[in-house]
Design a protein around this ligand. Structure first.
Ligand SMILES: NC(=O)c1ccc[n+]([C@@H]2O[C@H](COP(=O)([O-])OP(=O)(O)OC[C@H]3O[C@@H](n4cnc5c(N)ncnc54)[C@H](O)[C@@H]3O)[C@@H](O)[C@H]2O)c1
Length: 362
C-alpha cells in the first residue's frame, strides 16, 4: 500500500476553533528518544503546505539530533497564523494540550515566530517543553563559529581566521553573535540584513562593511555564512556564489540537495547546516541534564570535530560533506534500532524468578 506520508512516524493535525488554533505536529523518528523540534508560527497558504513544511523540518531535526549524538529523535510543529491572534496565550495552551496527547513523543522548543515566553505558556498544559527558560541562540552561534573555524583551518591549513573575509547574511540573534566572535578573531566582515539599519549598526560596532541584502549571497568572500532564511542557495544563485566555504545557522540552506554536488564541483565546501547549527539542541540537552557550563561549552565546540570528520570522510570517499554527515547520522539511528530489535527478541525473564525472595549477599 502506498504511504500517504512516507517516512513520518506520526502526523498530528490540531484544530481548536474556540481559540482559532490550526497546527500540525510532525514526528519524524523517535528511535533515539522523544522527537525534539521547535514550534514555528507563521502564515501558510494551506494546511497541506504547513504539513509539508513540518515534515521536512522534522526530518532535518532527526539528522541534527542524531549527528550531535543526542538522545532525541526529530520532530517539528507549525502553528498556522493568517491574521491577528485574538488570545495568543489561549491558543498556545490549547496547542500544549495537543502536545500532551502525543504522550511524550514530541518535545517542543522555540523556532521562527515563537519565543521563550511562548514555550513557557505551552508548558502550562504540555507535560514537557524545552527552551521555556533560556534562548539557545548564543549556543547556536558558538557552534556555527566552531564549525566555520574548523572548516577554514582544515581547508586552508592555517592556524587562525585573521584576515579571512566572512559574509554574514542576517544579523539577528545568531548572525550578530557569530559576527562578534569572528571580529574578535580578526576576520573581515561583510554584513547584510533586510533590516538595513541593523546591519549598519553592527558594521559600525565591529568595523565591518554593511552590504545590501540582495547582494550578500554573491559577494566576493572566503566564507558565506547564511544566518537568515531557508533555501537561499537555489538554481538562480548557485553559479554566482563567489565564496570558498558555506557555513551558517540557517536550516535547509540549499533549495535542493543536488546543489551540494554542483558546488563541490566548483570547489565550494558546504558544511552541513544540521551539523553547524546544533549548538541550540546541545544546550537544550545540557539544561535537562544539569551539565556545567564548561561541559556544555566543550560539547558545543565538539561540533568542530564533527565538521572535520565529515570533511575528511567526504575527501576520502568522493561524497559531499552533506552526504557524509547524513550517512553517519543514519548509521547511528540504524545501530540503535538494530540493538532495540535484538533486545525485543530476547525472551523476557521469568516473572517469578524476578520477584524471587532469595537472600541478597551483603
Ligand atoms: N536561534 C537558534 O538557536 C537557531 C538554531 C538553529 C537554526 N537557526 C536558524 O538560523 C537562522 C537565524 O536564526 P536567528 O535566531 O538568528 O533568527 P533571527 O530572526 O533572530 O534573525 C534573522 C535575521 O535575518 C534577517 N533576514 C531575514 N531574511 C533575510 C534576507 N533574505 N536577507 C538578509 N537578512 C534577512 C532578519 O531581519 C533577522 O535580522 C534561522 O534560519 C533559524 O531557523 C536558529
Amino acid at each position: 500500500m502506498d504511504a500517504l506520508f512516507p517516512g513520518t512516524e506520526q502526523l498530528v493535525l490540531c484544530h481548536d476553533p474556540e481559540v482559532g488554533l490550526r497546527a500540525v505536529i510532525a514526528i519524524d523518528d523517535t528511535t533515539l528518544g522523544p522527537g525534539l523540534g521547535g514550534v514555528r508560527m507563521k502564515a501558510y497558504p494551506s494546511e497541506r503546505a504547513a504539513a509539508t513544511e513540518a515534515r521536512r523540518l522534522a526530518a532535518a531535526m532527526t539528522l541534527k539530533n542524531a549527528a550531535a549524538d543526542l538522545p532525541f529523535g526529530g520532530a517539528k510543529a507549525v502553528i498556522v497564523v493568517d491574521g491577528p491572534v485574538e488570545d495568543r496565550d489561549a491558543l498556545l495552551r490549547s496547542f500544549g494540550r495537543f502536545v500532551r496527547r502525543c504522550g511524550g513523543a514530541y518535545l517542543p522548543g522555540v523556532d521562527m515566530g515563537t519565543s521563550v515566553r511562548d514555550l513557557a505558556v505551552i508548558g502550562e498544559t504540555a507535560d514537557d517543553v524545552a527552551c521555556a527558560d533560556e534562548d539557545p541562540s548564543p549556543w547556536t552561534a558558538l557552534g556555527v563559529y566552531a564549525a566555520l573555524r574548523r572548516a577554514v583551518l582544515h581547508g586552508d591549513d592555517r592556524t587562525d581566521l585573521d584576515g579571512i573575509v566572512v559574509a554574514v547574511q542576517g544579523v539577528g540573534h545568531v548572525g550578530a553573535d557569530l559576527a562578534r566572535r569572528l571580529a574578535a578573531d580578526g576576520a573581515r566582515l561583510l554584513l547584510a540584513d533586510i533590516d538595513g539599519a541593523r546591519a549598519e549598526r553592527l558594521a559600525a560596532e565591529l568595523g565591518g562593511r554593511a552590504v545590501p541584502a540582495d547582494a550578500i549571497i554573491t559577494a566576493e568572500c572566503d566564507v558565506l555564512a547564511p544566518c537568515a532564511a531557508a533555501r537561499v542557495i537555489d538554481v538562480t544563485t548557485v553559479d554566482r556564489l563567489r565564496c570558498r566555504f558555506v557555513v551558517g545557522a540557517a536550516n535547509d540552506v540549499l533549495a535542493s540537495p543536488t546543489l551540494a554536488g554542483a558546488l563541490a564541483a566548483r570547489g565550494v565546501v558546504v558544511v552541513p547546516d544540521f551539523l553547524a547549527n546544533a549548538g541550540g539542541v546541545i544546550h537544550i540537552h545540557a539544561l535537562r541534564e544539569a551539565w556545567s557550563r564548561d561541559a556544555l561549552e566543550r560539547a558545543v565546540l565538539a561540533i568542530g570535530d564533527r565538521v572535520e570528520h565529515a570533511l575528511a570522510d567526504a575527501a576520502a570517499t568522493g561524497r559531499t560533506p552533506v552526504e557524509s554527515a547524513e550517512r553517519l547520522a543514519r548509521e547511528r539511528i540504524a545501530a540503535v534500532r538494530t540493538a532495540r530489535d535484538v533486545t525485543a527478541t530476547v525472551p523476557a525473564p521469568d516473572p517469578v524468578a524476578r520477584t524471587s525472595t532469595r537472600p541478597v549477599a551483603a
